[in-house]
Design a protein around this ligand. Structure first.
Ligand code: PMP
Length: 385
């Protein structure tokens, strides 16, 4: 099987597995325990925090380790909104966010907050102008992803953050960096331009169930998990030290390899696009600023799921919509908000690249896709009449 679904999850690097296995076998103490096993685990946790902070260009005490980006996003959004003890205020986000941001905002609406969901342009980008128009004097929080997980569209987070700092200095700024870190140039977190930044280890060839939230010094958060007071009281629960060590390793490798990987993936995605552009009926999603590792297209009139399973039979694994929502046969919220019609928005297919793909893999995938849709098209046309 050739795996082309790296935006859903990635196989952990062998080095990551090795670090985690060593930790689980040899350093299984609880960092809160006072004996030597506890002290050793605490030392390793502190070391992982220092190294991760160094890679991100932030201070160790600014990192909160979590169970993944879903938790990081929930903590960022609900924690920042509820910090003032008043269940009111205005939030600006976009209609293309990952469900963990979008649904957190929906929950906040239910308890009294007011949320503006800014729509993207047809090219997948949320314009700075539309963000500016959504701001109000009572806006307390802004949340936007750096790269969209479905279309791969890069968003103008830095420009938005700069404008917000200047015009609404009291608004907290959150960025979901899950699909961007290690893929495109890192945001300059060291400048303090962003208050909250979410990452997930398993998108970076680290382990699943581990993530982090960077919270700039002085950013107030209402903790969502109460308990033993770990992670400076922001996230109670015994720390997953092995997972955190594995994530640290993955962060380091992703950061080191990013510039070469970006070039490599860009060349491969361009090649893939050029190979499949002439397939009759296939519409490449024309993203203005595409991330290097994601190629997205729609095939109106053909069920995306059917294409996916036919490709699978040929040995290629791809994705329809994003992994988190692909089991629901509804049009994609992201594609609809870009202005696609429901038929098109139900037919999205995402191919996402990893560092192991070769030029030959790309050519073979393109050939398989051509063959699959050519064979399916007459059948599918009949079945949907
Ligand atoms: N944000 C984005 C942009 C994502 O792509 C994902 C994973 N699909 C998440 C958040 C959630 O991350 P996790 O799987 O670690 O909860």
């Amino acid at each position: 099987m050739k795996y082309f679904d790296y935006a859903a999850t990635t196989p952990p690097y062998p080095e990551v597995v090795r670090v985690m296995s060593d930790m689980m076998q040899q350093h299984y103490g609880n960092p809160s325990s006072l004996h030597r096993y506890g002290e050793e685990a605490d030392r390793l946790l502190r070391r992982a925090r220092e190294v991760s902070a160094g890679i991100l260009g932030v201070q160790p005490q600014e990192l909160i380790f979590t169970s993944g980006a879903t938790e990081s996003n929930n903590l960022a959004i609900k924690g920042a909104a509820m910090r003032r003890g008043r269940m009111q205020g205005h939030i600006v986000t976009t209609s293309i966010e990952h469900a963990s941001v979008y649904e957190s905002c929906r929950q906040l609406e239910q308890i009294g907050f007011d949320v503006s969901y800014v729509n993207p342009e047809p090219d997948g980008t949320v314009s700075l102008e539309r963000i500016q128009q959504a701001f109000r004097p009572d806006t307390i929080l802004f949340s936007m992803m750096h790269v969209n997980n479905e279309t791969g569209a890069i968003q103008p987070v830095e420009a938005a953050a700069r404008w917000i700092r200047q015009h609404y200095p009291r608004a907290v700024i959150h960025v979901d960096g899950v699909q961007a870190f290690g893929k495109i140039a890192a945001l300059p977190l060291h400048t303090g331009i962003i208050d909250l930044y979410s990452l997930s280890a398993h998108k970076l060839r680290g382990p699943r169930g581990t993530g982090l939230l960077y919270a700039r010094q002085g950013t107030e958060l209402f903790p969502l998990l109460a308990g033993g007071g770990q992670e400076q009281g922001y996230r109670s629960g015994t720390e997953h030290v092995a997972g955190i060590a594995g994530m640290t390793k993955a962060l380091r490798l992703a950061a080191e390899r990013q510039p070469q990987q970006q070039q490599h993936w860009s060349a491969q995605s361009d090649e893939l696009r050029s190979h499949i552009a002439d397939i009759p009926g296939l519409i490449l999603t024309d993203v203005a600023y595409p991330a290097p590792h994601i190629v997205h297209f729609t095939y109106p009139g053909m069920k995306a799921e059917v294409v996916l399973h036919s490709l699978e039979q040929q040995g290629y694994l791809v994705s329809t919509q994003s992994a988190c929502s692909s089991r629901r046969a509804q049009p994609s919220r992201v594609l609809l908000s870009m202005g696609m019609n429901p038929e098109q928005a139900t037919g999205g297919i995402r191919i996402s690249l990893g560092d192991e793909h070769t030029a030959q893999d790309i050519q073979q995938l393109a050939a398989a896709l051509k063959q699959v849709v050519t064979a399916l098209r007459p059948l599918e046309r009949r079945s949907i009449q």
